[in-house]
Design a protein around this ligand. Structure first.
Ligand SMILES: Cc1cc2nc3c(=O)[nH]c(=O)nc-3n(C[C@H](O)[C@H](O)[C@H](O)COP(=O)(O)OP(=O)(O)OC[C@H]3O[C@@H](n4cnc5c(N)ncnc54)[C@H](O)[C@@H]3O)c2cc1C
Length: 475
């Protein structure tokens, strides 16, 4: 193998000798890919087409050995190290230019223990793959709403979806994780073993090590959940969102109602005259008994005069993937996000104003309902601090043509600015784009940042894990 020239973390050029590269390649069970070699482009291509980065080489890990080797190699040579789980992160932190990319996607094992109701998950697993295995036993872990997302990055940031108001965040269901730390060693992090590391990885992203295995608690869910969409004309949005605020304030924890404002896609149950028109869509899911779900959704379903109401029992696996067609990889995406403890009249008016001037047919304002079990955990019990929220908005800007970059990004930023007076100032770390760095300390971590920074100074003082929403080692 030829020597490889790349850049160190400080941007200085460095040449890695052919002997060192050969030795690394020979030590791996998985593959080492250079530019142009099979697997290189596949590994560096991620969900957001805005990100087009070229690592100097990629280790496609088959197991903990490969992860330990890659981490030790990056540290020894002072390399920039990017870690890929599912490759969904909007900021593109799964991949870096000129450094070492550690691709975990080949690590796909999922092992359910139906007796103890636990599941062990490797970091290349997607939400769909996890659900498929756990639902074979009528069980589930709370995860997100797009089934091609990676379990790893989602969990390390916190992880919420349809079942989280009933069952908590993904991190609230994490029992332990195997972590390769900056010194290249594998440790188990749990409440009993390395509790500081366990605290830090539950929300602290990939800042503290590379997780090679997650162990989660499982819950009985499905096989069917009462769930579906209710579509309204946007002209009714103001009255409907005032009612939404009232209904969600009194909702049982089992019920989650999100809404999306966008141009209507050509859904088979929507009359053709509505395709491409602006709509408000409620998306609701009841995690529990189907009959109780019907009662819990009565008020929501009685609102206004919907264009369509397709609430019905759906297989949980199908519901978990219901929005996938609108969120497929390969488009250009830019997100901005705000968090809310209440939904003010001003926020409602602002959301509607901007939903009426969407810059592309694929852009949407996506509004998630949180609260419930998520807020029964103390704000300092895990690194994720936002335990008082009721809602999160994701300004989900999405388009195909690079010529539209500036217009679409400007729309997202303008809506974000207009919503700022109505929001908490906090932000979910998993929804932050690459230019949101200044929000990491106060916005993403708030009062938990100091403890995270202190722990990093002890655990990873050289900040090896820096291609992420970065927590800097601090005294
Ligand atoms: C369409 C879409 C829908 C989404 N919906 C939701 C939702 O409903 N709920 C929700 O909570 N989030 C949601 N998200 C956000 C999602 O949680 C983040 O994008 C998350 O970072 C994705 O994880 P990943 O493993 O796929 O991403 P990656 O880009 O691979 O990784 C994300 C970050 O985690 C780090 N990382 C990944 N794996 C490891 C590992 N094993 N060890 C250490 N660090 C690691 C990476 O280095 C990177 O910094 C959504 C994202 C998308 C694109």
């Amino acid at each position: 193998m030829n020597p490889v020239t790349l850049k160190t973390v400080d941007g200085a050029p460095r040449t890695i000798t052919s002997e060192a590269m050969d030795e690394l390649r020979a030590s791996l069970r998985g593959a080492l890919c250079l530019p142009g070699e099979p697997g290189y482009d596949q590994a560096r291509t991620i969900w957001n087409a805005m990100i087009d980065r070229r690592p100097a080489f990629i280790v496609r890990a088959s197991g903990a050995n490969d992860v330990m080797r890659a981490v030790a190699f990056a540290r020894m040579h002072g390399l920039r190290l990017a870690v890929r789980g599912g490759g969904h992160n909007i900021a593109g932190n799964a991949v870096c230019d000129d450094g070492l990319m550690l691709d975990l996607t080949p690590m796909k094992s999922v092992r359910v223990d139906p007796v103890r109701r636990t599941v062990r998950v490797e970091p290349g697993v997607t939400l769909a793959e996890l659900d498929r295995e756990t639902q074979a036993f009528g069980l589930a872990v709370p995860v997100g709403i797009n089934s091609t997302t990676g379990v790893a990055g989602l969990t390390l940031g916190a992880g919420f979806g349809w079942t989280s108001r009933a069952l908590g965040l993904s991190i609230d269901n994490l029992i332990s994780a195997d972590v390769v730390t900056a010194d290249g060693k594998l440790v188990e992090a749990s409440a009993e073993s390395d509790p500081d590391l366990f605290w830090a990885i539950r929300g602290g992203g990939g800042n503290f090590g590379v997780v090679t295995s997650f162990k989660f608690k499982l819950h009985r869910v499905g096989p069917e959940v009462l769930s579906g969409l209710i579509i309204h004309p946007i002209a009714q949005a103001r009255e409907l969102l005032h009612e939404y605020r009232r209904i969600t304030a009194g909702a049982p924890d089992e019920l989650a109602v999100w809404f999306v404002m966008r141009k209507a896609p050509p859904l088979p149950f929507l009359p053709a005259e509505w395709h491409g028109k602006e709509i408000l869509a409620f998306a609701a899911c009841y995690t529990g008994d189907l009959e109780k779900g019907k009662q819990a959704m009565t008020a929501l379903r009685a609102l206004g005069k919907p264009i369509a109401d397709v609430i019905a029992p759906h297989p949980f696996i199908a519901w978990q993937a219901i929005l996938d067609p609108l969120l497929a990889p390969g488009m250009r995406n830019y997100w901005k996000s705000h968090s809310f403890t209440t939904l003010s009249d001003g926020a409602i008016d602002t959301l509607i104003e901007y939903a009426r001037k969407l810059p592309s047919p694929d852009c949407e304002v996506a509004f998630a309902q949180l609260g419930g079990a998520i807020n029964k955990v103390a704000a300092n019990a895990t690194a994720y601090p936002h335990r008082d929220l009721q809602y999160v908005v994701n300004i989900h800007t999405r388009w195909g043509n690079p010529a539209d970059d500036a217009t679409c990004i400007a729309w997202a930023r303008a809506l974000f600015d207009a919503l700022t007076p109505h929001a908490t100032g906090g932000v979910y770390v998993n929804f932050m784009p690459e230019d949101d760095e200044k929000r990491v300390r106060t916005g993403a971590y708030g009062a938990n940042y100091e403890r995270l920074a202190r722990f990093k100074a002890k655990d990873a003082p050289e900040n090896l894990f820096r291609v992420n929403q970065n927590i800097r080692p601090g005294a």
